[in-house]
Write a protein of this length. Structure first.
Lengths: 313, 282
């Protein structure tokens, strides 16, 4: 028996496999292909205060072993989300991590206040790194100071119960300093990594292909970036739980992120190609852990960091 | 809020045959009992490229026709244009090849309970799902006329066996290389003015669907169109295939063409706003 259970702050999950925010909508569609109770949790699409149309189409382009998207946080707004989407997930007995996104420090705090009183939530993901906003200056996670202020505001509003997971961008020079900043400000965990800012030019129109011009690259193409980011942050902050994501498409990939330091792994783009991918990955991970002599996920977390002399033995 | 087609399931289908028809490939797949749930207008999302492909997203195709009684049980026909890497891979699959697919997805064409006079309008290989639809309408006692258009004759898809279900088949090409010279939408105002049609079903490029919507506006003719937007998942989770649609109260929202479509009421789509972002909610 392999113990797949994991924790993020004070939240316990029976499996280390999660959906990735923005890649499962609010869970209903995936439920037709998988039993949501079997996975760690559904991480819902980042929701903002108000309903939002998102960006113009085209919103995506496939790239080698990946895709770029520019959705721009289309969503129902927090009130509709809490009234409809969340209760449905709770009624399905799915564990839920609610992801929020805002345009100002105050908006994040407002969202946190609304989420605070909603039942059935395991943790709060604070998405401060969506690349698909009109003003790049609004990508809080690219600015250590702004990152800290957002998390500080959410922490103060939320109180001490619900774990806060700050979702960070790999598009920064010094990820570790930003990670340290948000942990100091009250984040209990880190979600690494959001998509990578990118662009595709359409050779027919000879202009940027996406309506929003730039988009976020996801899929196996970015996995090595995720592994690097998780490894660096785990090395610097070994006690801070990391929810890893970025191009995970197999059990092998999930194990790689866990070895780098992730306590949980989110599956995003792989669900677009196969809505049952997360279950396949979970089963593969179990076999791979067993084959390496691990009896629990916890034993494998950060295992790639052990000193070289241990490897010799 | 609408939800995914409740009959959608994932199977491994076997290629029964793959024939070239003009510029397109007619691919017949053995899908077993899934055909019982497939309706004209529904689509299928296919995995492409094989095991180690760098193509990670499914490709969506309208289901052309289904048959319960093929030599191999239930079968599904798709018409594929080998334009991109994924569709070229599909067109290279030979008899016996196995393909991972999810179907049936999306909404279907509404079938009237009373016999009506229906005009089916197809652009390019957008005609594919109209032949299956024509059979269903014919069996309901409808009068079915089909007008197909394309830039040139090579892009018209009109198989011989498909013509059995239609009363009149007319073809329009912009270069005059097949059928009549002109656009397929040109004769429609006359048909409406003469009161000859009740419902238009259309499938093809978005400008054609928009043109038909503008022609029927103000008349009693209902226009059901199958829209096309590029999709990453086909199952409603990626939010890429959206277009602005008004509900009955006039509220506009970005609807997913994989869940709320592909078949939509043409009068609800804000055609001028496709590819733009509508006014922000108040």
């Amino acid at each position: 028996m392999i113990d797949l259970s994991t924790t993020l702050g004070n939240a316990w999950f029976p499996s280390p496999l999660f959906t990735a925010s923005g890649c499962a909508s609010s869970g209903k569609e995936l439920a037709q292909f998988i039993d949501l109770r079997e996975i760690g949790a559904v991480v819902t699409k980042s929701v903002m205060s108000k309903p939002r149309h998102g960006r113009a189409t085209p919103r995506m382009a496939e790239t080698p072993s990946g895709m770029i998207n520019s959705i721009g946080l289309q969503g129902p707004g927090i009130d509709q989300f809490l009234a409809h989407d969340l209760p449905w997930l709770v009624s399905q007995k799915a564990r839920v991590i609610v992801s929020i996104a805002g345009e100002t420090v105050e908006e994040y705090a407002t969202l946190a206040r609304k989420v605070r009183s909603a039942p059935g939530i395991s943790a709060l993901e604070v998405n401060i790194s969506c690349p698909n906003v009109e003003n790049r200056g609004l990508v809080f996670a690219c600015d250590p100071d702004a990152s800290r202020r957002v998390i500080d505001g959410v922490r103060k509003t939320l109180g001490g119960e619900l774990p806060i997971i700050a979702k960070l961008s790999p598009d920064v020079t010094d990820l570790v300093s930003i990670a340290k900043g948000v942990v100091d400000a009250g984040a209990d965990g880190l979600a690494l990594i959001n998509t990578v800012l990118s662009m595709v030019i359409n050779l027919d129109t000879m202009r940027p292909h996406l309506g929003g011009k730039t988009g976020g690259l996801s899929g196996p193409a970015i996995r090595p970036i995720a592994v690097r980011a998780i490894y660096q942050v785990h090395e610097a902050l070994p006690t801070v739980p990391i929810l890893g994501m970025g191009g995970v498409a197999s059990g092998r990939d999930a194990l790689e992120l866990i070895l780098a330091g992730a306590k949980g792994v989110s599956v995003g783009t792989a669900s677009f190609g196969d809505p049952a991918a997360i279950i396949t990955i979970q089963n593969e991970l179990k076999d791979l852990l067993k084959a390496r002599g691990f009896t629990s996920v916890a034993q494998a977390v950060g295992y790639a960091h052990r000193p070289a002399e241990d490897i010799e033995k | 809020m609408s939800t995914i087609n409740k009959n959608a399931g994932r199977i491994i289908a076997t290629v029964v045959s793959n024939k070239r028809v003009g510029q397109y490939h007619q691919i017949l797949l053995n899908v077993g009992e899934m055909v019982n749930n497939c309706k004209p207008g529904n689509f299928v999302a296919m995995k492409v490229g094989g095991e180690n492909a760098k193509m990670i997203l499914r490709r969506a195709f309208a289901i052309s026709r289904v048959s319960l009684t093929g030599p191999y049980g239930g079968s599904m026909e798709l018409i594929v244009a080998p334009f991109g890497q994924g569709s070229k891979w599909l067109c290279s699959q030979i008899e016996g090849a196995e393909i991972d697919l999810i179907a049936p997805l999306g909404t279907a064409f509404g079938i009237p309970t009373q016999p009506v006079r229906a005009l089916l309008v197809g652009g390019g290989y957008g005609s594919a799902p109209l032949f299956g639809l024509a059979e269903v309408l014919k069996n309901r006692g409808c009068r079915v006329d089909m007008y197909l258009g394309a830039s040139t004759g090579g892009k018209i898809y009109a198989p011989m066996e498909g013509k059995r279900s239609v009363n009149v088949l007319r073809i329009y090409t912009e270069d005059g290389s097949m059928g009549e010279r002109g656009r397929v939408t040109e004769p429609i105002p006359g048909l409406i003015a003469d009161g000859l049609i009740d419902v238009i079903y259309s499938c093809g490029p978005m400008p054609m669907l928009q043109a038909i919507s503008e022609i029927v506006a103000g008349s009693d003719v209902v226009h059901q169109c199958a829209v096309e937007e590029s999709m990453a998942c086909g199952v409603g989770i990626c939010m890429t295939c959206v277009l602005p649609v008004a509900d009955t109260d006039g509220n506009v929202s970005m609807k997913r063409s994989c869940i709320d479509g592909p078949v939509m009421d043409g009068s609800h789509v804000l055609w001028d706003q496709v590819g733009k972002v509508p006014e922000v909610h108040s």
